[in-house]
Design a protein around this ligand. Sequence first.
Ligand SMILES: [Zn+2]
Length: 80
Amino acid sequence: MIRPNPFKICCSKCSFEKLIWFKSDALTDLDFKQVPDVCPKCGNTKFNRKAISIEEAMAKEHFDNMIQSFKNIFKKVFKG
Ligand SMILES: [Zn+2]
């Protein structure tokens, strides 16, 4: 399986940026939904694309997963 290279999209107006890293070369609708048309922060529609290294993407993905785990833990704690 070939995984396409990761890249970042950065809002040209504000500091919003998002890591785009498709899970495989077989792209689905879900993969394309990762890519926002409009900046969720300022509504700008112009994004700059920046290529990033696999290492950077993996670090970012790992970090995001960690944040998600923490969120899940907090959800559990505050529900009960
Ligand atoms: Zn923006």
